[in-house]
Design a protein. Sequence first.
Length: 139
Amino acid sequence: MTDTVSPRILFLTSGGYWEKPDEASETGTESADANTGSQRGYYRLIAIRGEDNRSQLQLQQIALTPDGPEIATSVGIEDINGLGGYITDIRPEDSTGASSQQGFGAYIYLKTDPSIVEPETWALYIDELGDIQVERSSN
C-alpha cells in the first residue's frame, strides 16, 4: 500500500450497512449488481483534527463495488461540528461486525472545553431509511 493515512485523522469507526435500489434497475437497464439490483455498503465515521485543532466529524457511506470499496457520500455532521469541540473517542454502538438491519449507531465523546475532565457523550443513529439523528446521550 503506497497511500498514507492523514495525520489529521483522530478516530475512525465503521459498521452497519445500507442498501438502496440501483438507478439502472429502476429504469429497466442492467444493474451493476445483477444479483440484487441494488447498491450497498457500510458507514464510516471519522473524527478529523481541523486547522484550528478542533475536531470535525465526517460521515461517509462506503459502497461495495466489484473494484473494491468506494466513497458513495461524505457529509459533515454539523450538530457536532458546530459545537467547536474536541472529540476524544468514537465507539460503535454494535461491535459484532455483521448487522442484521440497515443503519448504524455510534457514540461520540466530546469536550467543548479541554480543561474539563469528563467528555460529553453524544449518540449518532442512522435508521434503515438513511435518516441521521444526533443527540446528547443521557446515560
